[in-house]
Design a protein around this ligand. Structure first.
Ligand code: NDP
Ligand code: AOF
Length: 389
């Protein structure tokens, strides 16, 4: 793995401030947004903040929901995420909650004299605290070195949660895959309030803009999700190249679905899991190995769960992944959420023939990118025409 799939998440006011100048942390998110961010955390392997945020907020950076922690444990993961901190000078408070809470330990990225300073600061922590390590990531530390070290620790998905200097460090590096912004319905209006970013040479310019993949209301908070991949274009959907490649793989799933053993009580669906470089990691179709098989579970069965390419891969399905099953403990949307797969593309939204489906919404709510291609649903409907009369 080169580097983790990196998501930067931030809540800001309409005037672009991420806190005010008061001593308390400003709540910009509402309860629904905090709950979604908790889901997003639970789907990641590590969470990173800057030393400024550590000093200002004394954050815990834990997975708050007991259900989400339990889900992580069931999948053989730690209940909480590995915590990562970026500091230049290494002046950190060893008694901070960042170091004393959680169960996956912490890594401090610094450089130059910061390495010794941070090691000294952490030397006398209580033995019961989770482990904390200091890593030299350059002087000053670079996002690239931090990401390479995290990848070496098996981190496939990283959540960067601020603050403004760290957002700037990561966004200017060009190594962020996704940006999630929650815009709170107010203005802070203070000259010295921290900003989302400080000035920098951002690669996300008018000529190379980010791609807006989702805009949604959570009450009065606007949630905006951008993809920052290379060659982004100004459009609400995939770039032309990505759109063409999506269409090709969806046509492949329709072909796969033609191999399904016939059924009058279930859809015939095809599925392919494809790495970013076009390598097929798994393929499947309904009822392939078992009369109850859905295409997604047949395809995911072929995928190595520890394959580092999964985080950057796309799951293509001719039909929307299901959200409820009577013949299996978990629906396909949950099976997908058990993987680091960041992107799901499907052609046909499941019609209410057998069950009501909200698989696409569940995947989106958990922070996955979901692309619907109704323009390619004709072939899927044709394969399933006998069920639609
Ligand atoms: N609304 C939201 O979503 C969020 C809001 N916040 C808010 O943001 C504010 C903190 O933001 P900010 O002050 O920008 O702090 P940051 O968390 O971005 O941390 C800044 C620190 O990072 C280190 N640093 C800066 N530049 C580099 C670099 N190039 N390489 C390596 N390390 C570097 C320095 O540490 P050192 O000084 O140790 O050398 C610096 O002081 C707080 O008010 C907090 O509440 C924070 C997160 C999310
Ligand atoms: N204020 C603010 C955020 N602040 C972020 O949350 C961190 C604290 O998390 P925790 O330790 O779980 O309480 C804090 O350090 C900062 O990174 N995040 C948001 O999504 N919305 C918000 O309004």
């Amino acid at each position: 793995m080169d580097r983790p799939y990196t998501i930067l998440s931030c809540a800001m006011s309409v005037d672009g401030r991420i806190d005010d100048t008061g001593p308390e942390r400003l709540r910009l998110s509402n309860e629904a947004d905090f709950a979604e961010i908790d889901e997003l955390r639970a789907e990641c392997d590590a969470i990173l903040v800057g030393a400024g945020t550590l000093r200002a907020d004394n954050p815990r950076l834990l997975v708050r929901s007991p259900e989400l922690r339990e889900r992580r444990r069931e999948r053989g993961r730690t209940a909480h995420l590995l915590k990562a901190l970026v500091t230049r000078g290494g002046e950190i408070d060893p008694a901070a909650r960042f170091f004393s809470t959680g169960d996956a330990g912490a890594v401090v990225y610094t450089g130059g004299e910061g390495v010794e300073t941070a090691r000294r600061a952490l030397a006398d922590r209580p033995a019961a605290d989770p482990p904390a390590e200091v890593v030299d990531a350059g002087d000053p530390p670079t996002a690239r070195a931090v990401l390479a070290d995290l990848a070496g620790r098996g981190v496939a998905r990283l959540l960067v949660e601020g603050g403004g200097h760290v957002h700037t460090l990561f966004l200017t590096s060009g190594l962020v895959d996704e940006l999630r912004l929650a815009v709170a319905p107010f203005l802070v209006g203070q000259e010295d309030a921290p900003r989302f970013v400080v000035p920098g040479a951002f690669p996300q310019t008018p000529d190379a803009p980010m791609r807006l993949v989702e805009a949604r209301a959570l009450g009065d908070v606007a949630v905006l999700r951008y993809r920052l991949d290379q060659g982004a274009r100004v459009s609400a959907g995939p770039s032309p190249a990505e759109g063409e490649s999506d269409a090709r793989w969806l046509r492949r799933t329709v072909e796969l679905s033609r191999s399904c053993p016939p059924s009058d009580t279930a859809f015939s669906v095809g599925c392919a899991v494809v790495a970013a470089d076009g390598t097929v990691l798994g393929e499947g179709y309904s009822r392939r190995d078992d009369p109850h098989d859905h295409a997604e579970e047949a395809a995911l069965r072929e995928v190595d769960a520890d394959d580092p390419r999964l985080a950057g891969a796309t799951l293509y399905s001719s039909l929307e992944p299901c959200s409820s099953r009577s013949s299996r403990p978990l629906p396909c949307s949950a099976l997908i959420l058990a993987t680091p797969l960041a992107r799901v593309v499907f052609a046909w939204r499941e019609p209410s023939v057998f069950v009501d489906c909200d698989g696409a919404e569940r995947l989106r709510a958990a922070g996955r990118t979901v692309v619907e291609r109704p323009d390619l649903a004709g072939g899927v409907r044709e394969v399933n025409a006998h069920l639609l009369d």
